[in-house]
Design a binder for this molecule. Structure first.
Ligand code: NAD
Length: 281
């Protein structure tokens, strides 16, 4: 079987061009990016956001918090950004500083500026199919599935990883489209049941961050695989899936790098422009 490697660069460029066309509708757009401590992955994500901001003439305001910042002060900073009319969207980069309460921090981001879609209100609205913002990683996966015109109705979808940014919201959206969704995680792995679920999957979406966790031989012939995981193996960026082995079985697979990661920043900016549009009205 010849596998289709689903790269995202072209889709991301399409989104960038469409945002460029909309840019003239706004005198100024500002993204506030809150970094809590030093982390290589965050630095690299910020660099990519900064590049997008430059090409779209968006002001990129980076706010760095460190161990001298208390959780209360962080919430105060976020509230100032909420009240600053020149700020259109707010990003809180994880991981947070030790002991900080994730729920409290995401809750403090004003709904209308929550371009990551992680405020409990926005996540709750997902239940009703009407969130103001959907997390950019979720939008990326949905767009990649749309790009291969796959009919989700009745398909077995296995999601590996149950985080707020991907597994939880995506499972609701896919079940709403009448896919049969199984959510697997560390408990499934430790019970040695991952192969059992994956063998029956028409679509696998994985976001764990453990290189080569998903073995090629566990994948059903003809399956579609979307690999969200990013980790380093021998100094190389690698996904969760044993890519070369998987190619023998899949009909479509996203590479790492060049797959989901290339789209996430595009959808973050798409959400930012949506926020700017809503605030203008
Ligand atoms: P997280 O730590 O919040 O969640 C990880 C999930 O993996 C948990 O549900 C955990 O139970 C599960 N897990 C851990 N070990 C497992 C195992 N051995 N078998 C099965 N499940 C296991 O992480 P996150 O923030 O969701 O990020 C996950 C990965 O996705 C990371 O590599 C991150 O860098 C990547 N990521 C990529 C993008 C992108 O744009 N491509 C965006 C966000 C996150």
């Amino acid at each position: 079987m010849t596998a289709n490697i689903l790269t995202a660069k072209q889709i991301a460029e399409g989104i960038r061009n469409s945002l460029k066309n909309k840019r003239g509708n706004f005198p100024k757009i500002t993204l506030a990016s809150c970094v809590m401590g030093d982390n290589e992955a965050v630095r690299s994500y910020c660099a990519s956001q900064k590049k997008w901001a430059d090409t779209l003439s968006v002001e990129y305001r980076e706010i760095v918090m460190d161990s001298n910042t208390s959780e209360k002060e962080a919430i105060g900073i976020i509230e100032d950004l909420n009240n600053d009319a020149s700020v259109n969207g707010i990003v809180l980069h994880k991981p947070f500083l030790e002991g900080w309460n994730e729920h409290l921090l995401f809750e403090s981001v004003k709904r209308e500026k929550d371009i990551e879609g992680l405020n409990p209100y926005n996540l709750g609205e997902l239940f009703f199919g009407n969130p103001l913002f959907i997390p950019p990683t979720v939008l990326s996966v949905l767009e990649l599935l749309k790009s291969i015109s796959i009919d989700l109705y009745g398909k077995n979808v296995v999601i590996v990883g149950f985080s707020n940014i991907l597994g939880k919201p995506l499972s609701i959206i896919l079940a709403d489209k009448f896919a049969t969704v199984s959510i697997t995680h560390i408990g499934t792995f430790e019970a040695s049941k991952l192969p059992f679920y994956l063998r029956n999957a028409d679509i696998i979406i994985t976001a764990v961050g453990k290189p080569h966790l998903i073995k090629g031989q566990w994948i059903k012939d003809g399956a579609v695989v979307i690999d969200v995981g990013i980790a380093k193996l021998n100094n190389k960026i690698t996904g969760d899936v044993e890519f070369k082995e998987a190619l023998k079985h899949v009909s479509c697979i996203t590479p790492v790098p060049g797959g989901v990661g290339a789209l996430t920043v595009a959808f973050l900016f798409s959400n930012l422009f949506k926020a700017a549009g809503m605030q203008k009205r």
